[in-house]
Design a protein around this ligand. Structure first.
Ligand SMILES: Cc1cc2nc3c(=O)[nH]c(=O)nc-3n(C[C@H](O)[C@H](O)[C@H](O)COP(=O)(O)OP(=O)(O)OC[C@H]3O[C@@H](n4cnc5c(N)ncnc54)[C@H](O)[C@@H]3O)c2cc1C
Length: 384
């Protein structure tokens, strides 16, 4: 009955989109399905910008994937007339003893990532916009950048459809059944789709499909804020002057931030990476950010970037899908020959998307993956 697809990708956040793009480039017959409308705000991938950095405090195990992703972002940029990459450089600041700064230095040195290690004084002379205590030090990575996230996602979908990929939005997959050597997928609106392979990139909804992950993936709501520059300070925060940053506070709070790269999102985007997370009910209407959380971020931002307005102009809630080791699950789903999954969040997966798309496309095609994924294998928890 109807078309038999080579692959159906379920979930079109950035991971699904990147996978669809890479599968379509292999001339496979592919369909992407998402339960919601294109560009919706209920998952983790929406918004104008994301950070790309390689002096990765999270560890050297990410380096090959980061290098591969960087190549892929640049090949996507080559297909695009509009900028997808803003070469801002990145600065990672913290008190002496900061695990984030030490980790960034360690990875940068081991992986030969171009960087400089700065004292507080050097930070002040290069980026006086940051207020830095003399007990702080920093790493500057000139090759870090901001990705125009929404534009890049649109470009991947365009590249995929130009290669023949088909799309279905606004219809959820509700059931996947084995059928001959492949699968039949059933959707909420009553469609039945036959395919040889399935890729699950459903973000925080992944445990619905891979129950082994239920105990290991926890969706968390997390606010993100936009701060406008104070009067006559705007030029300091333009993306040609202001880098993407991480700033670990003496209290242990880890802030990330990046300059505006889109008229749709004016102001410096800032959030806590490791604070202000709360349990969330998937699919619930986006809630307001509480005044207490706004107060906490305002005080922190006031302390490190005094030329920004005290209060955020805007606040939004987004989802981090936290894994226990804050890393990713990528690979074949246990017990199925032709079913694959990628969960890459814990709040830092976007930058990896085109590499993960390549990896999954290679697995589906039965090819060697372009980078090793042992460290991210799903089996590491399923066998525990
Ligand atoms: C505020 C914030 C800031 C971040 N900043 C950075 C950053 O600077 N750098 C970085 O690298 N990463 C960053 N991240 C992390 C990054 O954005 C995520 O890792 C990434 O977006 C995860 O994408 P995903 O495709 O796995 O999930 P999602 O974007 O959640 O996509 C999952 C999709 O699956 C669909 N779906 C679910 N169930 C079904 C079903 N049954 N049928 C069909 N479709 C279904 C959903 O509708 C959704 O579209 C940030 C995250 C947040 C929230």
């Amino acid at each position: 009955m109807g078309t038999i697809y080579d692959v159906v990708v379920v979930g079109l956040g950035v991971m699904g989109e990147a996978t669809l793009w890479r599968l379509a480039e292999k001339n496979l017959r592919v369909l992407g399905i998402d339960a919601r409308v294109q560009g919706h705000c209920e998952g983790s991938s929406h918004g104008a910008s994301r950070i790309f950095r390689r002096a990765y405090w999270e560890g050297e195990k990410y380096t090959s994937m980061l290098n591969h992703a960087d190549q892929r972002w640049r090949s996507l940029q080559a297909l695009s007339a509009t900028p997808l990459i803003y070469e801002t450089g990145g600065i990672f600041i913290g008190p002496k003893g900061s695990g984030m700064v030490a980790g960034s230095i360690d990875t940068a040195r081991r992986a030969s990532v171009e960087h400089t290690e700065w004292s507080a004084r050097q930070v002040k002379s290069s980026f006086p916009v940051f207020s830095v205590d003399s007990s702080c030090h920093a790493v500057y990575e000139p090759g870090a950048y901001a990705i125009a996230a929404q534009c890049a996602r649109s470009k991947m979908i365009l590249a995929a459809t130009r290669q023949g990929a088909e799309l279905l939005y606004g219809d959820a997959v509700v059931c996947v059944r084995r059928h001959r050597k492949g699968f039949r997928l059933y959707t909420r609106r009553g469609l039945c789709v036959t395919t040889n392979s399935v890729v699950l990139t459903t973000g925080p909804w992944l445990p619905n499909w891979v129950p082994e992950l239920k105990a290991h993936l926890l969706p968390r709501r997390v606010p993100v804020y936009w701060f406008e520059p104070r009067k006559e300070m705007a030029s300091k925060f333009e993306n040609i002057n202001f880098p993407v940053f991480l700033y670990e506070l003496a209290s242990g709070g880890l802030l990330y931030g990046l300059p505006s790269i889109s008229q749709n999102e004016p102001g410096v985007k800032i959030g806590f990476h490791n604070r202000q997370q709360a349990s969330c009910r998937l699919g619930a209407k986006s809630e307001e950010v509480s005044p207490l959380l706004v107060k906490e971020i305002s005080e922190s931002v006031g302390a490190i970037l005094p030329d920004l307005e005290m209060m955020p102009a805007k606040a939004k809630v987004c989802i981090y899908t936290m894994s226990q080791d804050e890393s990713f699950y990528i690979g074949r789903v246990q017990g199925y020959e032709n079913m694959f999954a990628a969960s890459a969040c814990s709040g830092h997966g976007f930058k990896f998307a085109p590499a993960i798309g390549d990896v999954i496309a290679s697995l589906v095609a039965g090819e060697t993956t372009p980078v090793a994924i042992d460290a991210f294998s799903i089996d590491r928890i399923c066998s525990n």
